[in-house]
Design a protein around this ligand. Structure first.
Ligand SMILES: *[C@@H]1O[C@H](CO)[C@@H](O)[C@H](O)[C@H]1NC(C)=O
Ligand SMILES: *[C@@H]1O[C@H](CO)[C@@H](O)[C@H](O)[C@H]1NC(C)=O
Ligand SMILES: *[C@@H]1O[C@H](CO)[C@@H](O)[C@H](O)[C@H]1NC(C)=O
Ligand SMILES: *[C@@H]1O[C@H](CO)[C@@H](O)[C@H](O)[C@H]1NC(C)=O
Ligand SMILES: *[C@@H]1O[C@H](CO)[C@@H](O)[C@H](O)[C@H]1NC(C)=O
Ligand SMILES: *[C@@H]1O[C@H](CO)[C@@H](O)[C@H](O)[C@H]1NC(C)=O
Length: 630
């Protein structure tokens, strides 16, 4: 250990790109670190409870196990479990959820002396006609996780303020909650914690014994003491030993999983943060979420996490034009994880495998424990391939030392160490155009690397019949780290590359157009005049500070340390962003739109209104004129 003190302290490197996180400083004393990590890993396995808990296990598959479900290419089908989840949610949860949401809206409307049009209450009271609502929450590191939590608090019927203001209740009425990257940290930590309220999730609660996200510890540099940091990183690597010795390639994504686990999976506290004799969230699986009470009772929306794929076939295909980090072609398959299944509805694949058995070699021997919550969080936010560490620039890249340590400690030739290597259940599957068909391993990376930082993709799948989407978008597109609308432009482009597959509402073609109409600075409805099969998108972006306040919600993506007070101040501001609507002028002064909660309800029922042939009327007519973009 004494040589360690001679290593230079890790520090911050300049960012490679605006939206990426900066990890660990390349060190000239790399070799020392590498050797030390490998000996640590090899000698501490026996007593490493986390290494054992992180290791997947092989056992005989249950009778009748199938590792590939073909969804059908044109008339796609949902899995039996997902269909049951949605059916049961509609029967057992939504009637009550919609009725209490309606109650909140009516109360807010009567305070403003307006009448909620009859068709709105009729649709929300009829459980056969109520909308199929979904929420998507974007990537963008901690900033996006906090922004998403803030907006969803405003939609959360359990929060008395939000219920009283008339926006609360939509979270309970949502069937799906899709996420990627920083948004996936939020959604998966919410689901594994059994759907607590957001303040409980973030700051902890004595009720659950959780201390929350522990954001005062940085992700890769949790101490100001360089030796503690090196020991910490070495410890993360040592925790991969069980997985590696089980013959599974470990990559930087596993290191990343082990640190995310300390923040976004239950099991770490401030006092045991550096204790090696704790599992630190190793063990709990994404499929295991399906056994938690909030999931079994269908109270939580079905969580979905996205990842992009590096493939060889599409190299040279045009990528989205936005920024240098958008390096994955829009034509590459997009994979999704739910507690039930992992795979893709993209027509080239149209297949899924059980999440629980990810990594299984065949239908007689099944692997469990590969789909750890921490690993899924990592796969979705694994943007480290942007550093090009598999090329010659390896040693000097910001994660170079960790990659080298992995190479020496757990050699597994032929692996791409800056991607998540996931055994490919779809080897040989697909229609001949599926570009991962002849890869034994999928190489998965951050779900936003194709430019679609708002995870709308799974919500456009026709089999899911979603007609209203609330999109919460917080990537750092501008120099001030605010959102400019690139995500929607990228999604519009991708939808046009799959004609007839993904119905998508018209959105502006340029960020200048977003800016000219303030579309990221106020809630905007897209698709108000679209045909009935096209979902209506309620877009709430992190486009600027709310009325009369100085901005707090535009922290850099690379900031991975926060004091609780800063998060609280951001959440308060997000509450205003989510509830101000388009400010109105009253007595010469701009104020929140007092009708925003009613306008939101008008948007939520709009597709159903069109389906039953009712006329837009009353307050809803002026609301949609104001909030719809066309
Ligand atoms: C309800 O939401 C408000 C506004 O975001 C927040 O200040 C408050 O802490 C929340 N209350 C609870 C009990 O979660
Ligand atoms: C680790 O913790 C367990 C109980 O949680 C204890 O029995 C064991 O002695 C501890 N091991 C070390 C090396 O501290
Ligand atoms: C299934 O995989 C296991 C472990 O890799 C292997 O030992 C076994 O031979 C395989 N069985 C079949 C039927 O391929
Ligand atoms: C990574 O490498 C590829 C091919 O070598 C190159 O085209 C690309 O610009 C590089 N990206 C970055 C961010 O350096
Ligand atoms: C956009 O917002 C600015 C200031 O917030 C305002 O002055 C301007 O009129 C708005 N533009 C439109 C088209 O609403
Ligand atoms: C935005 O983020 C960049 C780093 O990505 C940082 O240098 C800059 O200071 C941030 N701007 C603001 C206004 O916070």
């Amino acid at each position: 250990m004494s040589q360690l003190s001679r290593l230079p302290p890790p520090g911050r490197l300049p960012m490679v790109q605006a939206r990426t996180m900066v990890p660990f400083r390349a060190s000239s004393k790399l070799l020392l670190f590498v050797i030390w990590c490998s000996s640590l890993a090899l000698h501490t396995v026996a007593q490493q409870v986390a290494a054992a808990a992180y290791a997947p296990k092989l056992s005989s598959c249950p009778a009748g196990t199938s590792l590939v479900r073909l969804t059908g290419k044109y008339a796609q089908s949902l899995s039996r479990q997902e269909s049951a989840f949605i059916r049961e949610k509609r029967e057992r949860v939504l009637p009550e959820a919609w009725s209490s949401y309606l109650h909140n809206v009516q109360r807010a409307a009567s305070r403003q002396r307006v009448k909620v049009p009859l068709y709105v209450s009729a649709i929300l009271s009829d459980h056969l006609r109520s909308p199929h609502l979904a929420i998507a929450t974007s990537g963008g590191g901690h900033r996006a996780a906090i922004f998403g939590a803030g907006v969803m608090t405003a939609l959360d019927g359990r929060n008395a303020t939000s219920a009283n203001e008339g926006t609360g209740g939509l979270l309970q009425a949502s069937s799906y909650l899709s996420s990627l990257s920083g948004g996936a940290w939020l959604v998966s930590s919410l689901a594994q914690a059994d759907f607590p309220t957001f303040p409980e999730l973030i700051f902890g609660s004595s009720k659950t014994g959780s201390e929350g996200w522990l954001t005062k510890f940085d992700l890769l540099q949790p101490s100001s003491d360089p030796q503690t940091v090196l020991a910490f990183i070495g410890g993360l690597i040592a925790e991969l030993a069980g997985k590696a010795f089980a013959g599974i390639p470990v990559t930087f994504a596993d290191v990343w999983a082990r640190t995310l686990s300390r923040h976004f999976v239950h099991g770490t506290t401030a006092s045991n943060f550096f204790d090696p004799n704790v599992t630190h969230g190793a063990g709990p699986t994404f499929s295991g979420i399906s056994e938690l009470p909030s999931f079994v009772s269908r109270r939580i929306p079905l969580p979905i996490v996205l990842a992009d794929s590096i493939t060889d076939l599409n190299v040279g295909t045009p990528v989205f034009f936005n920024q240098s980090e958008d390096i994955i072609p829009l034509t590459n398959p997009i994979y999704e994880f739910t507690p039930y299944e992992m795979g893709s509805f993209d027509p080239m694949l149209s297949a899924f495998t059980p999440t629980k058995f990810l990594g299984s070699p065949n239908t007689s021997v099944c692997m469990t424990g590969f789909d750890q919550v921490s690993y899924i969080e990592s796969v979705s936010s694994n943007l480290f391939n942007e550093f090009n560490t598999s090329s010659d620039a390896l040693a000097s890249s910001p994660i170079g030392p960790i990659i080298s340590a992995l190479q020496v400690t757990f050699p597994h030739p032929g692996m791409q160490l800056d991607a998540a290597m996931v055994p490919n259940a779809f080897f040989g599957v697909g229609d001949g155009t599926y570009p991962d068909a002849n890869h034994k391993f999928l190489r998965l990376v951050d779900g936003g690397e194709d430019g679609q930082v708002l995870p709308l993709q799974p919500l456009l799948v026709k089999a899911r019949k979603i007609d209203t989407i609330i999109g919460i978008d917080a990537p750092a597109d501008t120099d001030e780290n605010f959102t400019a609308g690139f995500s929607l432009i990228a999604s519009q482009q991708r939808a046009s590359l799959f004609p007839g597959v993904y119905p998508f509402p018209p959105v502006p073609k340029t960020i200048e157009e977003f800016a000219a109409h303030n579309l990221t600075k106020r809630p905007t409805f897209f698709g108000c005049e679209s045909p009935s099969n096209v979902p209506l998108l309620i877009y709430i972006a992190n486009g600027g500070a709310p009325l009369g306040q100085s901005p707090l919600t535009n922290t850099p993506t690379a900031q991975t340390t926060y004091q609780p007070e800063q998060i609280q101040a951001m959440l308060n501001q997000v509450h205003d962003i989510a509830t101000q609507g388009i400010p109105v002028r009253k007595h010469g002064k701009e104020t929140k739109d007092p009708l925003w909660p009613v306008c939101l309800a008008c948007a939520v029922v709009e597709k159903q209104r069109a389906k039953i042939g009712a006329r837009r009327s009353g307050v809803c007519r002026s609301c949609l004129e104001r909030y719809c973009w066309s």
